[in-house]
Unconditional design. Structure first.
Length: 132
């Protein structure tokens, strides 16, 4: 599944760098995004143009006023059909209702380490259950 994929790491700091090292053996192309551009790393304002080409989008951004709700319906609509959103950042980064709408159609997939609210209440439409 990962081989020949384009993985977009949003929030390329020390954790993003560590993730890239772990992906090296999977024959993926890693695209790096951080607050500011630097050699080999795109700036956050380039993200809308990068999303349509990514097979996997990994969120590793900190929770700040700038990142709160950044993954909204517009962000998700830019993602390519069949792409996977991985949220390993904070729950408040992703608009849960917007993500659920995309997941219900089957257009996108997701792997969530965190959610908003957290923990998800019993019977939440995501169907996710808190880990014990």
């Amino acid at each position: 599944m990962l081989a020949d994929s384009r993985v977009l790491i949003v929030g390329y700091g020390s954790i993003g760098s560590a993730l890239e090292r772990r992906l090296e053996g999977f024959e993926v192309e890693v695209v790096r995004v951080a607050r500011r551009a630097r050699d080999g790393v795109h700036a956050m304002d380039e993200l809308p143009a990068l999303l349509p080409e990514a097979d996997v989008v990994v969120l590793l951004v900190p929770a700040t006023p700038d990142t709160a709700g950044m993954v909204d319906s517009s962000f998700l609509a830019r993602m390519k059909d069949g792409a996977v959103l991985v949220n390993a950042a904070r729950g408040g980064i992703v608009d849960t209702d917007a993500l659920l709408a995309e997941l219900k159609t089957g257009r996108l997939r997701a792997a969530l380490d965190v959610t908003a609210p957290e923990p998800l209440p019993e019977g939440h439409p995501s169907g996710a259950r808190p880990a014990c």
